[in-house]
Design a binder for this molecule. Structure first.
Ligand code: NDP
Length: 337
């Protein structure tokens, strides 16, 4: 079964392996496979589920709501997000304005079939809205009981600090950040993690398997496997491109003997690796089929010793991206519509 960790400096526990439905639900996989995968996650002990209004332009929330219907609400932690353009993508269907946040939460709750989400996350930093306006809107949503806690995604250390100051003033339980983190993408280690530790904020880390690349199934110089994300023309293939260079794929193959040595599959090793960081509350994994999630959860509770961690650094260190300044480039400097 899956272990639990506290999310930030709060009393909320999350399953340290959390299931997310970006590029899969409402898009790459049909609804019956999506629902079967969510049920496999529940069977494996995952209770925390992450989505966003923007995934498949709101369809992913509908599929997740359907997949979780009939479950005891108190036994689940349901997370969603606001920021990216949705619906007809009009000028106010985006960003972190009071108008968009207060309207967007209503749509998310309806689609998810619940009267509250456990965590409501600012999907990016909005350079066009005063941060006070955003946090006041979050405070109101929390007071209305529509979101129990607040988080953000891909904010810089400075943005986290500014947000935490406002959250304190407004009594908003701001407890998490959701950045990309894997053996291949380590940019949070330099600034975001130390600042978060100081502020009582945890990381819920996305793409811990580098979108499937760290499973080792993409081989250098070979065609991509049939049915994998790299063949998903609805979006997945585009996002995974950055990891499909031959030097990266060659380095990933060097992880195979390390995984064998510790008795883990390569996906399990990738997930266990992010969970060695104590500021990480959850590895936020995706799965296109039930078997993947059933096998990947065995990463929960695994301890990797110093020799194994050093061997991993030696295997992929030359292709791992570490520059903390790259977090500054993630949030668009102006809104997308
Ligand atoms: P992962 O790195 O976990 O990649 C998951 C994909 O890897 C699966 O969909 C599957 O793709 C492949 N895979 C999984 N298990 C195996 C296995 N055992 N063997 C072989 N292949 C496997 O994470 P994601 O990129 O899916 O992201 C996870 C979640 O993170 C998202 O759903 C979302 O909730 C969140 N996220 C957040 C972002 C943000 O900006 N806040 C951005 C992106 C993601 P396939 O079978 O199709 O090859």
């Amino acid at each position: 079964m899956v272990n639990y960790r506290y999310l930030g400096n709060s009393g909320l526990k999350v399953s340290e392996i959390t299931y997310g439905n970006w590029v899969t639900h409402g898009s790459q996989v049909d609804d019956s496979a999506a629902i079967a995968t969510v049920h496999a996650a529940l069977d494996a002990g995952i209770t925390t589920f992450d989505t966003a209004d923007t995934y498949a332009n709101t369809a992913a929330e509908v599929v997740l709501g359907k997949a979780l219907s009939g479950q005891r609400r108190e036994s689940l932690e349901i997370f969603t997000k606001v920021y990216f353009p949705t619906g007809p993508k009009g000028p106010n269907d985006t960003g972190l304005s009071r108008k968009h946040i207060l309207e967007s939460i209503e749509g998310s709750l309806k689609r998810l079939g619940t009267d509250h989400v456990d965590l409501y996350q600012a999907h990016r930093f909005d350079y066009e809205t005063p941060l006070e306006e955003t946090f006041q809107a979050f405070a109101d949503i929390v007071r209305q009981g529509k979101a129990l806690y607040i988080g953000v995604s891909e904010w810089t250390a400075e943005q986290l600090r500014e947000g935490a100051a406002l959250a304190k003033e407004l009594h908003v339980p701001f407890i998490s950040n959701q950045p990309q983190y894997s053996m291949l993408w380590r940019v949070i280690e330099g600034k975001v993690v130390p600042t978060s530790e100081e502020l009582g904020i945890s990381q819920i880390v996305w793409s811990p398997m580098a979108q499937g690349v760290l499973s080792g199934k993409y081989l250098p110089g070979q065609p991509v496997p049939e049915g994998s994300r790299a063949t998903d023309t609805q979006g997945g293939a585009q996002f995974i491109q950055r990891f499909l260079e031959d030097d990266v794929l060659t380095a990933v193959q060097r992880l195979k003997p390390i995984a064998d040595e510790v008795g883990l599959s390569m996906p399990q090793l990738a997930i266990a690796w992010v969970l060695q960081n104590p500021n990480v509350a959850a590895a936020l994994v995706g799965a296109s089929r039930p078997e993947q999630i059933a096998s990947n959860v065995a990463a929960s509770g695994v301890k990797l010793d110093a020799d194994t961690m050093a061997a991993i650094d030696a295997a992929v260190g030359d292709v791992a991206v570490t520059d903390p300044a790259l977090t500054d480039d993630v949030s668009p400097k102006s809104r997308l519509v």
